[in-house]
Write a protein that binds this ligand. Structure first.
Ligand SMILES: CC(C)(COP(=O)(O)OP(=O)(O)OC[C@H]1O[C@@H](n2cnc3c(N)ncnc32)[C@H](O)[C@@H]1OP(=O)(O)O)[C@@H](O)C(=O)NCCC(=O)NCCS
Length: 337
């Protein structure tokens, strides 16, 4: 599978790793936390020529839990491209996929050849890309493009993240190797405040972030005694700083600002030129991001399901497509990072 993936993509994965690619592939195929996705290959004369992984997690939609699944790393060996094999793979996927009710959240691919394979009745919701440059010139530049009112606010919050991040009384910000039971408790407290949120148990998060084959972001926690108030996963690669994931306690709104500051501060100190994150449009963290100097710099589309394929039960699809329903999804919910 790795040989086909590498032949199709050239460099894979598209981000830096501290382990050989085969270990990353094995990690990706076996997510743990009770998940056992089956992956599909097409063989011609005993040789794998097409490969596709399933990217899985659990997701809460309207108070119920579903298995959430999307395709990843579709790869056709270059010698076999242009013969309809990718189409065959995508269509073959469907019958088994329909065996149980599931959700299927994914990001619209930027690859033109894959866009032609999207289903015509795909339902999407907007995802905003937020960016906060650290240098003064790019900082003013990014906000000026969004109008004078935005520029004025950006100047007001300019001092943010240029010094030590502020704290909350009695709380600590720490870099941690793994998440512990305090993060499970945070997840339980935070999950009712979103209509749609992929699971963020410590078991899942430790597979996603703390496993050496995962891509290894740094993990920050904001705690007070035995309570976690917020966490963040950040990664610095080249000049880019990614805020890959974060969550905060809904009854501690200041914890959100503090963890955003701590994440940016960490990235800035490690030499990143700025910090980027994604959030669904209308997310309740938008005000805090603006207060923290972030600007909305782009929009992508989150695929939440299709009418006709039927993998997502109607009651879940109704919630997913309703723009007034709150979704918490970050870049770490997909395999781009
Ligand atoms: C993208 C890829 C999987 C396509 O595989 P393939 O077997 O050549 O594709 P198919 O022959 O089945 O064609 C599938 C569809 O894509 C379209 N397509 C294929 N190559 C294309 C290209 N270069 N540009 C635009 N459309 C293209 C076909 O017209 C076809 O559309 P249709 O189903 O509506 O008729 C293959 O080129 C590949 O492995 N690329 C590298 C890895 C990659 O980019 N994967 C997808 C990332 S999400």
């Amino acid at each position: 599978m790795l040989a086909v993936i590498e032949a199709a993509y050239g460099t894979w994965p598209g981000f830096d790793l501290t382990v050989p690619a085969i270990e990353h592939l094995r990690w990706k195929m076996a997510p743990g936390d009770g998940l056992h996705p089956k992956h599909i290959v097409i063989l011609i004369e005993d040789q794998i020529v097409v490969s596709r992984l399933r990217w899985q997690n659990h997701i809460q939609i309207g108070g119920h839990t579903y298995l959430n699944e999307t395709g990843a790393d579709l790869a056709v060996h270059p010698e076999f491209q242009g013969r309809g094999l990718a189409r065959l793979m995508v269509d073959t996927w469907t019958p088994e996929f329909l065996a149980d009710p599931k959700a299927s959240l994914g990001m619209v691919s930027s690859a033109p050849e894959v866009q032609t394979m999207d289903y015509p009745d795909t339902i999407t919701r907007p995802v905003t890309t937020w960016h906060r440059p650290f240098g003064l010139r790019p900082y003013l530049g990014v906000h000026r493009r969004l109008g004078l009112a935005q520029l004025a606010q950006a100047i007001r919050v300019r001092r943010w993240a240029s010094r030590q991040p502020r704290g909350l009384p009695g709380s600590r910000i720490e870099l941690v190797e793994r998440f512990d039971a305090r993060v499970d408790d945070l997840w339980e407290r935070a999950r009712p405040s979103f209509d749609v949120i992929p699971y963020r148990t410590s078991a899942y998060l430790n597979w996603r972030f703390a496993h050496p084959a995962s891509g290894s972001p740094e993990l920050l926690t904001l705690t007070r005694g035995d309570r976690a108030l917020a966490y963040a996963a950040v990664k610095h690669s080249g000049t880019e700083g990614q805020l890959q994931d974060f969550l905060w306690a809904p009854d501690e709104p200041e914890a959100l600002i503090v963890i955003l500051e701590a994440a940016a501060h960490r990235l800035r100190r490690s030499g990143a030129a700025g910090v980027t994150c994604w959030l669904p449009g209308g997310h309740r963290a938008e005000g805090a991001l603006r207060r923290a100097g972030f600007a909305a710099v782009g929009e992508q589309r989150l695929v939440v399901g299709t009418e006709t394929r039927g993998e997502t039960p109607p009651e879940a699809l109704e919630i997913l497509r309703d723009e007034s329903r709150s979704i918490h999804v970050t870049m770490s919910d997909f395999d781009w990072v």
